[in-house]
Design a protein around this ligand. Structure first.
Ligand code: C2E
Ligand code: SIN
Ligand code: FE
Length: 360
């Protein structure tokens, strides 16, 4: 028969019981294992220990003064990562589902045999390790998925001297805007990964246009506009939530709030919120950066250009959020990559902004 005390894994176990005798009993049982055991005499002390150290399993009594095992288990499940095994006494009989529903991984009835306790702890630890392995595989998959996307986006834009910093920044601006707009956590995370793909359709635009040092002719600009349609086709019909949003963004990030954008001249809230957010983040990043046709602009000029487009290019609500928190966006701009913004007046304006006499 397998020796149940010989565990290949070590683990940190916290035992919570108000009766010294039970604690001693459990200490004697656990001494034969590889597990490191710690003891607390009530829920409050247990929480203190949990905040200082990580435990794999908490084995807790139910009826204790100060804080009972049920309340303790609930708090552990909401704040910590430990598995909980509940030991029920005889004063009241608990239903199995009552205990499992609060998130406990198992329970034992007192009085218990040493063998039973060890078997249950072993089983909970085995499941715990399996879950951790699955989680690790999931994280690795997600990481390689995001890495592939990052490389594809870089390939699509092949601008000289590009390190891909702007890809990371766009995601950060957008999730910060989403946060300030009180959008859901899921939206915030999805747009963080989806927004960087907004210009992936530039892969289908000739270099001659993409890297042209001056203003585009109107024919060239018409060609350029196709990057929204090309991108949306590339990203269409995916099962991935991130790619679904990326598709939506690729298609709508050049729409304007007043209906003057492209490719579909959508107006106001017919433009998905993701597209309205990226429109501002994208323009801000373009204005703070060097392009073949312009220098980076100083912050005050960028602020004025953006504000002037309130309700025209940009959704007024999103724009207000952006300019109220302008410093935070500048900070992101400064932190990732180099911020070449100059405060002197000798920078090259784009033709577009030169034509717009109001700006400088
Ligand atoms: P991009 O350079 O990434 O710019 C994205 C958007 O930021 C632009 O969309 C525009 O809304 C805003 N933006 C960029 N630069 C300026 C600027 O100097 N002043 C102002 N006020 N806003 C600016 P848009 O106009 O639809 O352009 C889409 C893409 O077409 C640009 O992406 C760029 O790749 C290309 N493009 C546009 N105009 C020119 C140009 O004159 N020369 C060249 N070579 N490419 C251009
Ligand atoms: C831009 O669209 O990014 C600049 C336009 C211009 O140079 O006129
Ligand atoms: Fe674009």
């Amino acid at each position: 028969m397998m020796n149940i005390f010989e565990n290949s894994q070590t683990a940190e176990i916290l035992i919570v019981d108000d009766e010294p005798m039970i604690r001693d009993l459990l200490e004697n049982i656990m001494e034969k294992t590889n597990y490191a055991c710690y003891f607390a005499k009530n829920g409050e002390t247990a929480l203190e220990m949990l905040s200082r150290q990580t435990f794999d399993v908490v084995l807790t009594d139910i009826d204790m003064p100060v804080m009972g095992g049920i309340e303790l288990a609930k708090i552990i499940k909401s704040k910590f990562t430990a598995d909980v095994i509940v030991m029920t006494g005889q004063t009241r009989s608990y239903q199995y589902d009552e205990i499992i529903n609060i998130g406990a991984s198992d329970f034992v009835e007192k009085p218990f045999s040493p063998r039973e306790i060890i078997l249950r702890v072993n089983r909970v630890l085995r499941e715990r390790h399996l879950k951790q392995e699955t989680r690790k595989t999931h994280d690795e998959l997600k990481e390689s998925y995001l890495d592939s996307i990052h490389r594809l986006v870089m390939a699509a834009e092949y601008k000289d001297e590009d390190t891909g910093d702007h890809i990371v920044r766009i995601g950060q601006y957008c999730s910060l805007i989403a946060k300030k707009l009180n959008l859901s956590r899921e939206f915030k995370e999805t747009i963080y990964y989806a927004a960087p793909m907004h210009d992936i359709g530039k892969i289908g635009i000739p270099d001659k246009i993409l890297l042209k040092p001056g203003k585009l002719t109107s024919d060239e600009f018409e060609t350029m506009k196709n990057h929204t349609l090309i991108g949306s086709r590339l990203l269409a019909k995916s099962k991935s939530k991130i790619l679904q949003m990326a598709h939506e963004i690729a298609l709508t990030h050049h729409e304007k709030f007043n209906g003057g954008g492209y490719p579909n001249q959508l107006k106001k809230t017919d433009i998905p919120i993701s597209g309205r957010i990226v429109a501002i983040a994208d323009t801000f990043d373009a204005l703070t950066s060097k392009r073949p046709y312009k220098d980076p602009y100083p912050p005050e000029i960028i602020y004025d250009i953006l504000k002037k487009e309130r309700g025209k290019h940009f959704d007024p609500e999103v724009l207000d959020i952006f300019i109220t928190n302008f410093d935070q966006f500048l900070k992101i701009r400064g932190k990732i990559g180099t911020f070449e913004g100059r405060t002197d007046q000798h920078f090259m304006l784009s033709e577009r902004d030169k034509e717009d006499g109001e700006i400088v």
